[in-house]
Design a protein around this ligand. Structure first.
Ligand code: FAD
Length: 307
């Protein structure tokens, strides 16, 4: 019940100001967002990759309001790519981007977001890695898929995310499950209306399995974005039945959630990619993590009270 309330708060400027200014927020935020600057994050990239994990990097931020902020987002990714280039990690470290941070919701936002994301995709390709377009709320997805298709003409390895909770997703998965495509499947983290999305957990989980089957039986490269132990076992079984080798799909989880499971899957020989977010504009990302698990909120509330 709490989840939708927190998701509504994630879009409130008043709550953003209140929560961002709370003195104890930072220590709770650090669990999910382990740095604010490139200098903070490069050692973490080194540490995690040394443990056999792969990464997808997110410079946090979304819902920007000016073209200058969109250019700054592009530059932040370019700086990150420049800083990790000497590590020679290739596609062990890829980028995840939110097009809203690249200007998608501004005037002429579709073109602006495409113009801003393209140099990031080019820079990533130049160091042997890729970019995945995150999925945001359902109103943004036609634009996201069109940008994905456009980028794939020059950079076919560009990935995208699909969300099991949306009714449209089975059809999207069928379209995307073609040779060379990279598709991350997640349950979905936004507050969506009943006209477009399943609302009940068991319905979303069933939809996840249906879509996963389409991806596993298809020709593309499935990226299983979930911490759900049941779905992870089902994914392993579907991969086995589809005759996929261990390097023909991968698991992805968020930094700070089920860290031991990251290491366990990597030790079993799976490709395990950790979605690692950093930056100062962490509010929206952090609130979605609270909404996913009410226990996080209790922990957060307790830390506010005990100070
Ligand atoms: P759940 O049923 O929510 O969780 C299963 C178990 O995982 C829980 O019981 C708990 O033990 C643990 N867990 C899950 N979430 C948390 C948490 N926040 N804190 C502590 N424990 C937790 N969503 C989008 O809409 N668009 C995206 O582009 C997107 N990208 C993602 C990328 C990756 C790599 C991952 C892993 C998720 C992404 N998500 C994205 C979020 C996703 O939609 C879900 O909201 C999130 O993954 C929780 O769903 P779950 O599959 O882990 O299952």
């Amino acid at each position: 019940m709490l989840g939708p309330v927190i998701l509504a708060a994630s879009r409130s400027d008043r709550m953003r100001r209140l929560i961002s200014a709370a003195p104890v927020t930072k220590q709770v935020v650090d669990r999910f967002i382990p740095g604010e600057t490139v200098d903070d994050i490069v050692p973490i990239v080194e540490e995690l990759t040394a443990k056999g994990l792969e990464l997808t990097m997110d410079v946090v931020g979304e819902d920007i309001t000016t073209p200058e902020q969109a250019s700054a987002a592009r530059d932040a990714y370019l700086e990150l790519i420049e800083r990790i280039a000497p590590l020679g990690l290739g596609d062990k470290v890829e980028m995840s981007v939110k097009l809203s941070m690249f200007g998608q919701a501004l005037d002429d936002g579709h073109e602006l977001a495409l113009a801003n994301v393209r140099p990031v995709v080019e820079a990533a390709a130049a160091i042997g890695t890729t970019v995945t377009l995150d999925a945001e709320d359902h109103t943004t997805l036609d634009s996201m898929f069109a940008i994905h298709e456009e980028l794939r003409k020059d950079f076919p390895q560009t990935g995208c995310v699909i969300q099991a909770y949306l009714f449209r997703t089975e059809a999207d998965a069928r379209r995307l499950a073609e040779a060379g495509s990279r598709v991350r499947l997640v349950k979905g983290a936004y507050k969506e209306p009943a006209q477009v999305a399943y609302q009940q957990k068991h319905e979303i989980d069933k939809a996840y399995v249906r879509v996963l089957r389409i991806l596993m039986e298809g020709e593309g490269y499935p990226m299983i974005g979930s911490h759900d132990p049941r779905l992870i076992s089902i994914a392993q079984e579907l991969a086995r039945r589809a005759g996929r080798k261990l390097d023909e799909y991968e698991f992805q989880m968020l930094y700070g959630i089920r860290g031991e499971e990251h290491l366990r899957l990597a030790a079993e020989g799976h490709r395990m990619r950790v979605y690692t977010a950093y930056g100062t504009d962490w509010y929206g990302y952090f609130m979605r993590r609270l909404a996913e698990k009410p226990a996080n909120l209790r922990f957060f509330a307790r830390s506010m009270v005990s100070k």
